[in-house]
Ligand binder design. Structure first.
Ligand SMILES: [Zn+2]
Length: 107
């Protein structure tokens, strides 16, 4: 294994079995890639996405996952605009419920 994780401990991709096959789950708990039949294939895809994410942390304007308003993100973990973050975790959209159902809290 010679996978270059430039930022160990940063946002991680994972693989998970679902009804449609092996999927890659992104650090935000969303499906980044789906429909794979092989776990090894999914893990390779996850490693590729991980490397891309590690080498290119998203900084700059992006749409808030909660209200859709554009705001200035400071990184991959920064998915909600200031007003939504200050509101806390209440009233999250479905994508967050999906992440929460796995037991992972990403906020
Ligand atoms: Zn918002």
């Amino acid at each position: 294994m010679s996978v270059c994780y430039s930022k160990p401990g940063a946002a991680r991709y994972s693989v998970r079995w679902t009804r449609t096959g092996w999927v890659v789950i992104d650090p935000a708990g969303r499906i980044a890639r789906d429909g794979g039949n092989s776990m090894a294939e999914a893990e390779q895809a996850a490693a590729r996405l991980q490397r891309a994410a590690d080498c290119k942390v998203k900084v700059g304007p992006r749409a808030c996952l909660c209200c859709g308003q554009t705001f200035e993100s400071v990184g991959l973990h920064n998915r909600l605009c200031t007003s939504c973050r200050s509101r806390g975790d209440g009233g999250l959209p479905n994508s967050f419920s999906f992440a929460g159902a796995t037991g992972r809290r990403l906020a």
